[in-house]
Design a protein around this ligand. Sequence first.
Ligand code: CDP
Ligand code: CDP
Length: 224
Amino acid sequence: MKKNIQIAIDGPAAAGKSTIAKLAAEDLGYTYIDTGAMYRAITYKVLKRHIDLENEEALTQLLFETTIELKPSSDGQLVILDDEDVSDEIRSNIVTSSVSIVASHAGLREEMVNRQLIMAKSGGVVMDGRDIGTHVLVDAELKVFMSASVDERAKRRQLDNERRGIDSHVDQLKKEIVERDKMDTERHASPLVQAKDAIYLDTTNLTIQEAAKYIIQLAKERMS
Ligand code: CDP
Ligand code: CDP
């Protein structure tokens, strides 16, 4: 029986990856790593510094000079950028609409992946993102590709925004989600694609608890 395994969860925007990954990690006593939050954090800094989003060299250099920490907290995960808590700021509309451009640069991704591998080194881990099963945790014992209908994903993100006090409209969100998925899927550097050995999970008609339970059950099977 292997107690600590690696679980990689990938999929398009608002499929439920982070919520379900966090629940599964809590149940299994594993570390949860939200890699999307890392790309969002560097995007927030890039925007604050008014650096051209297309300037790969400048963006990669900035990441080398930046610390990004993910800290578990009672209400989720805190994202600390150079000692500043940016957990709320990284969910803003401007960060969301810019992050896929920043994340398209191969040099920047390479440094992110190095950091993610270090974070995943000790003990069991649940990591979610776009390239986890295909590029980061390629030997993960369990890989899940999570999705849901785009209408359902836009509805969920609208509810998220209402809770966070972010102004948005479901039709606009749907358009943005489709555009971001397209960029993430079509980019040259580690695009969003289902790993060959990943299990496909459609969460459209599943509750968060049902999806988490399914992943925990799969994880326990892989442990034995
Ligand atoms: O939560 P949401 O689905 O809105 O996105 P996220 O997981 O916070 O990721 C934000 C963006 O970061 C994605 O749209 C990707 O462009 C990028 N990302 C990536 O390229 N690779 C990852 N492993 C994670 C995120
Ligand atoms: O990480 P990702 O962008 O894939 O999605 P998320 O931020 O975990 O989920 C987006 C929203 O959908 C959250 O508010 C979740 O609570 C909600 N959700 C849901 O209502 N039912 C599910 N089966 C999965 C997620």
